[in-house]
Design a protein around this ligand. Structure first.
Ligand SMILES: [Zn+2]
Length: 330
């Protein structure tokens, strides 16, 4: 059998039907799992869910010989959505107990529901040589499609570039991150990547298209897909160290309006956004880029308070003197 769709875990739930976490096992006759792709650990991060579901559909068609000239040469496991109940109501967390699933890894098979879910995901992805966990930022903030690395190996740095996303951004892990899926995977060896794409609660088709293309390129590069012909990307893939992220935090409150797109290049002094008084409509302040660089993230929630993150700029060839920032959305 060339392909299977089955469940990682089946459990009963109070006052409802039993639930399961479905996944795709594509090319199961090809031996060990080469690549494991996971999305929707947070139930409102829909860009990743959509791209992975579409990718699974595509890979099934390749496996079935329906796409001329392409062949699947390695087994791929795809879990589009881990937090299946959170997705029902657009909830980042596991709805019944408010648990953040991405703080439960590596999980525990005799534990609470979310510990069991984490365990099932961890075990299913254990044997893969390449593992990718897809996230979005939070509902207030949009990030350009990017690979996010935490104390990576050199192999991971190289592999990250093969997704063809415009930015590969290193961040310093903090203490909370020891219970994430991405961190847990590190104990298993192999190549472990986190992809961050867009804003939670939204389906952003241009970002989805970029990421889908990235996965195809990646699978081609590692020899899992054969016969792929992709147009050249029009951007460079730039790598940024953990000291090359400049976070712009607001000193103002009001209604924030920004016309910029993530992935734009900005120059020091450019307007990143304008802050308006919500009652009299007066422009109170223009928030300007303090540095030149790549706009990797921008606030989309217009209600702005002092201290809110407004934007992230990636610096090229220079380092920020600001402290490294926290990680919205993961
Ligand atoms: Zn997330």
């Amino acid at each position: 059998m060339a392909e299977r769709e089955t469940a990682l875990l089946r459990m009963t739930a109070p006052l409802r039907e039993p639930f399961e976490i479905p996944y795709h096992d594509i090319g199961s006759e090809l031996g060990r799992v080469r690549v494991a792709l996971v999305g929707g650990v947070h139930g409102n991060e829909l860009n990743g869910v959509f791209v992975l579901a579409r990718l699974a559909s595509y890979l099934r068609r390749v496996a079935a010989g329906e796409i001329g000239g392409q062949r699947l040469l390695g087994r791929v496991l795809v879990v589009p959505a881990v937090n299946v109940f959170g997705m029902n109501n657009g909830n980042r967390r596991w709805p019944f107990d408010g648990t953040d699933l991405n703080r439960m890894f590596p999980g525990y098979d005799a534990g609470e529901t979310t510990q069991r879910i984490a365990h099932a995901v961890f075990e299913a992805t254990r044997e893969a040589a390449y593992r990718i966990d897809v996230h979005s930022s939070n509902v207030d903030f949009e990030e350009m499609p990017q690979v996010r690395l935490y104390e990576p190996t050199e192999e991971e740095r190289r592999a990250a570039r093969h997704l063809g996303l415009a930015a590969v951004i290193e961040r310093r892990p903090d203490k909370v991150f020891t219970a994430t899926l991405g961190h847990g995977w590190r104990s298993l060896g192999g190549v472990n990547l986190i992809v961050q794409v867009g804003r939670a609660g939204m389906l952003q088709l241009p970002h989805c298209t970029t990421l889908f293309r990235g996965f195809i390129e990646f699978l081609d590069h590692i020899g899992v897909l054969e016969g792929v012909e992709l147009a050249e990307i029009e951007h460079d893939v730039l790598a940024f160290s953990e000291r090359q992220t400049f976070a712009i935090v607001s000193e103002w409150s009001g209604l924030l309006v920004s016309p910029l797109r993530v992935g734009d290049w900005v120059k020091g002094g450019d307007a990143l956004g304008r802050v308006f008084d919500p009652f009299n409509g007066e422009e109170k302040h223009v928030i300007r880029a303090p540095v030149d660089g790549l706009l990797s993230g921008v606030r989309r929630q217009p209600l702005l308070f002092q201290g809110d993150l407004v934007a992230c700029i990636q610096l090229v060839g220079t380092e920020s003197t600001h402290p490294p920032i926290s990680n919205p959305g993961q």
